[in-house]
Design a binder for this molecule. Structure first.
Ligand code: SAH
Length: 351
């Protein structure tokens, strides 16, 4: 309901807009704040890239999209070998899809079987960026959707990089043997964090010890369900890449990033990228509930298994700068960079 009048009212000042809602309706839960903020942020700012607020793997190196492409093409040849629907959730600047399609073009059978490229994107600003990034491929049927449910295809290859981390979460906190939900409220007309007694049935005492946080995302679960509907009974596969964990750290992982630095979330609603770590065990369990099994690897493992080091060598041989390629490779696979913090979930088709 808050989102309906968003674009009209918010141009003035998103902070005032939120303060007004809280004055009139009471504190807002974190998921609503993230939804309002991200909607505004992705629709108004050039957010992704070295000169923008944050950088993602496909923006670091062309090798990332190339390796994802090789993984998809290999599975497709072995498992499907029929007209396919390639779906990407939250394509950002369109860079990963560009690198996937550029690579795919070398595999004629695969390329000619692409019936549709379906891009799921809610930001009109980013849709325009994606259109211009993918203009070399206008011989393909590329379609934009805001809702994955509207895609009607076959033999789905579904990919998402740094999409799940942007989806809203709820935060719960355990204190004095009671569950509270974290909210944003007001003090002297300024936004502050607060706690309200938990009224949702998403969580029970048994999850907690005192002073622990638990983060739960209904939005992520909905997306896992949407994906499951598309790929269950071997109708496709999914590849989900994000920064996250297997074991709940029981602390707040919410962060706001602007200009490549962490900033205060409450001061930057609508003006920074708000994300949180993805609970990959939750996603795996949601898939299991839908009878889909999956594997989770560290990003470094996934990329090396799929030959990123060989690809780096071949780029260097074809006269790319060794220093530049090694720098990119290190960013993607080193343990103190993205190598272990980022996970790759692949659903397992039966062969
Ligand atoms: N995958 C890209 C961009 C990641 S940023 C990359 O790796 O560079 C997150 C992306 O998800 C943006 O494109 C943003 O507009 C989109 N997004 C966020 N929430 C969304 C939602 N609920 N539905 C569809 N797209 C969404």
């Amino acid at each position: 309901m808050y989102l309906k009048n968003l674009t009209l009212q918010m141009k003035n000042n998103i902070q005032d807009y939120i303060i007004n809602i809280i004055k009139n309706h009471g504190p807002l839960t974190i998921d609503i704040i993230i939804q309002i903020s991200s909607n505004y942020y992705y629709s108004n700012f050039d957010s992704i890239g070295e000169k923008s607020d944050f950088i993602t793997a496909p923006e670091i190196s062309q090798m990332f999209g190339e390796i994802v492409a090789i993984y998809l093409i290999d599975i497709w040849y072995r498992k499907f070998n029929k007209p396919l629907t390639l779906v990407e959730l939250g394509p950002g600047n369109g860079t990963m899809m560009h690198d996937i399609l550029r690579t795919a073009k070398q595999f004629k059978n695969f390329y000619s079987n692409i019936k549709e490229v379906a891009l799921i994107e809610t930001s009109p600003y980013l849709v325009n960026k994606q259109k211009s990034r993918l203009k070399d491929f206008n011989n393909l049927n590329i379609t934009w959707y805001t809702n994955i449910d509207d895609v009607k295809g076959d033999n789905y290859l579904i990919i998402a990089n740094e999409f799940f981390d942007a989806l809203p979460i709820k935060q719960f906190y355990y204190k004095d043997n009671k569950i509270f939900e974290v909210v944003i409220s007001l003090s002297d007309n300024k936004l502050i964090y607060g706690l309200i007694e938990n009224s949702s049935n998403l969580i029970t005492n048994s999850h907690f010890k005192n002073s622990q946080f638990i983060e739960i995302s209904d939005y992520r679960k909905k997306y896992t369900d949407h994906i499951s509907k598309k790929i269950s009974n071997d109708k496709g596969i999914a590849l989900i890449i994000d920064y996250g964990y297997l074991k709940n750290p029981n602390k707040s992982t919410l962060q706001a990033v602007k200009n490549h630095k962490k900033v205060n979330l409450l001061d930057n609603i609508g003006y920074a990228d708000i994300t949180s770590l993805v609970n990959f065990t939750d996603i795996k369990n949601d898939f299991i509930k839908n009878n889909i099994s999956s594997n989770i690897l560290d990003q470094s493992e996934f990329l090396t298994k799929n030959c990123i080091i060989e690809r780096a060598e071949s780029l260097i041989k074809s006269r790319a700068s060794r220093e530049k390629i090694n720098f990119q490779l290190n960013k993607l696979i080193a343990n103190d960079e993205m190598g272990t913090l980022f996970k790759v979930l692949t659903t397992s088709p039966t062969f």
